[in-house]
Each structure stands twice: as C-alpha cells, then as structure tokens.
Write a protein that binds this ligand. Structure first.
Ligand code: ASN
Ligand code: ZN
Ligand code: CA
Length: 319
C-alpha cells in the first residue's frame, strides 16, 4: 500500500489483505502491526484497517497518519538490524510487535514496555511522538533489553538511553528521508519544546541545558536521559570526529582531537560490545573496554578503529 505520513512524506507500506480489507499487519517484518488505542491508556488496541490500501492524509486529522509513521518506522528499524547485524526482529526470533498510537489524551511521551511500542499524541501544538528517531529509540530499548538487559540508573541508565539514541539515529540514516533528513539530533521533528529545538544533541549534549558532555562521578545520579550525554558524545566523536563536521561542531573534554571512523563502523563496534560484554549494571568504563575488545575482533588489535574507540572515550573523560 501507500501511506501519507506526518514526518516522512509519502511511504510504501507492506500490508495484508483479507476479503477485500487491508490491515496494518506486516508479514514481511515478522507480523508487526500498528493499532489505535483510541485515546485510552488501557484496553485493547484496534489494528488499523482500510478499504483502498491508501493510508493517512499526512496530518493528525486522519487517525491513520500517525500509524503510517510508526508502521514504516518499525519496518525500517527491522531492516536496519537485519542488514547491519543479521538480527531478525527485536528479540531475534523473527516475530514482530505492535506499534500502538493515539495512546491517552495529550500524552507527551512514547515508550517500550517489554513487548510493544506505544506513542502519545503530544499536547497542544505538539505533534504526535511518532518521528523515525523516536520510533527507532523505543524499539532499540527492546533490542538492548534482549541483548543485555541494561539497567536504568547510574552509568548503565545513561548507556541504556544512549544506546537507544545511537540506534534511533542509525535508523533515521537507514530511512534517509528527503523530508526528515538524517542528523545527530534526537526528536528534532516533534517539537516538544515548542521552539523548534530538538530533545537532544549528540555532537554537544549540554546544548539541551541538562545533558552531560563529559563523565564525572557526581553526574551519574541524574536522569538517564541526561547521563546518556556521555555515551552520545563518545559515539558522535567516534563516528564523525571532533571539531566541525557535517553533523555539528563537537568539542572534547580534554582538548584532544579525534578523527572519526564513520557511523557504520562505530555502530557495529557499539552493538557488538553490548551484545558480547553488556550487563545490567555495566559502567561507562566497562562499555569503553567492551568496545575496544569488539573493535579488536572486528578490525584487528592496534587497528585505527580500536585506537579511535579509546581516543573517543578518553575525550569524554571515560578511561
Ligand atoms: N520516551 C522515554 C524513553 O524511551 C520513556 C522513558 O522515559 N523511559 O526514554
Ligand atoms: Zn529511552
Ligand atoms: Ca534525528
């Protein structure tokens, strides 16, 4: 089918037909569905159906539009993990999950609950929280839970949130929409702040006024969405390098210079470190050590990649 999304423009959707009615059931992606919570926070979720397989009108006036965004987003996230790492869905079991939209009334959040994704409509002039980096972020909570059951306080809480920002961003690059151009910002399309600023900046996380650019022992008691800054910053430096780049001007905490190795290698190193060395209470120092080991395995000990992993973590005060 075809869809008019809120944030991705026109998209192609893989849907299922039964007796002349189409449903948002994606058999090419494990049976992912998109369904309508009808502004309730509980009860059943109604899978979207349509007679002509042309979905949404590009605005939230049509209830299907938000579903088009997250249904396409779930397919892109599936394809990203499959193509990059051979992973078959969130649990690597070939099974899809529901994406629930129109959750509650004026609900300004989105979340993963252990088995599915849920998206609110936002409040006032906010748009629904269904942009591709948000969808990729939530699904990546599922992936990291399956890989390492990352915890949600202290260093590991920040790693958990950074992991979701890293892979939400990788999914945004995979989607490569001409309308929502890929970047290293999180939630730049949904305008939660109401002034056009994104939720988070990976090049210099402190630009949001709360996130951390550099690791300190005292900082690790903050909200995981702020302690994630350390990991987001390290990933940005590893991928794009310090100073001016296409995606931002990234400072280092020690005035060092880092030359990036590109986001695909950076993501592969990160993913393998979480998969092979991730634990529910790992520290940022553990992630650094795990990424060096993962890079040694992927690219060779003493490779430029492994040296850059070490340099990127040193540059955010993680040793
Ligand atoms: N949207 C938030 C997140 O995925 C929900 C939360 O605070 N856990 O990080
Ligand atoms: Zn999160
Ligand atoms: Ca983004």
């Amino acid at each position: 089918g075809t869809g008019k999304s809120i944030f991705l423009g026109d998209v192609t959707l893989s849907t299922t037909e039964s007796d002349g009615t189409f449903s948002m059931t994606d058999l090419n992606h494990g049976g992912n569905t998109a369904c309508d919570m009808n502004n309730s926070e509980s009860g059943s979720c109604e899978v979207f159906t349509d007679e002509d397989n042309a979905w949404g009108d590009g605005t939230n006036n049509d209830r299907a539009s938000a579903a088009v965004d997250v249904y396409a987003g779930a397919a892109s996230t599936w394809d990203y993990y499959k193509d990059a790492f051979g992973r078959n869905g969130i649990f690597d079991d070939g099974k899809g999950v529901p994406s629930r939209v129109h959750y509650g009334s004026g609900y300004v959040n989105a979340f993963w609950d252990g088995s599915q994704m849920t998206y609110g409509d936002g409040q006032g002039d906010n748009a629904p929280l269904v942009a591709i980096d948000v969808a990729g972020h939530e699904m990546s909570h599922g992936v990291s839970e399956a890989l390492a059951d990352l915890g949600y306080s202290g260093d590991v809480g920040g790693i958990n949130e950074a992991n979701s920002d890293v892979f939400g961003t990788m999914v945004e690059f995979k989607e490569n929409s001409a309308v929502d151009k890929p970047d290293f910002l999180i939630g730049e399309e949904i305008d939660i702040n109401g002034d056009g600023t994104p939720l988070r900046y990976m090049d210099e996380p402190s630009k949001d006024g709360a996130s951390q650019d550099c690791w300190t022992s005292a900082g690790q008691n903050e909200d995981p969405h702020y302690t994630s800054g350390v990991g987001n910053h390290a990933f940005f430096l590893l991928a794009n390098g310090s100073g001016e780049s296409e995606f931002g001007n990234s400072p280092t905490c020690d005035n060092s210079t880092v030359t990036g190795i590109g986001r695909d290698k950076a993501a592969a190193i990160w993913y393998n470190a979480i998969k092979d060395y991730g634990t529910s209470n790992m520290s940022y120092a553990d992630l650094r050590a795990g990424m060096i080991k993962a890079s040694d395995t992927l690219y060779g000990a003493d490779s430029t990649e492994s040296k850059t992993v070490a340099a990127a973590w040193t540059a955010v005060s993680v040793s």
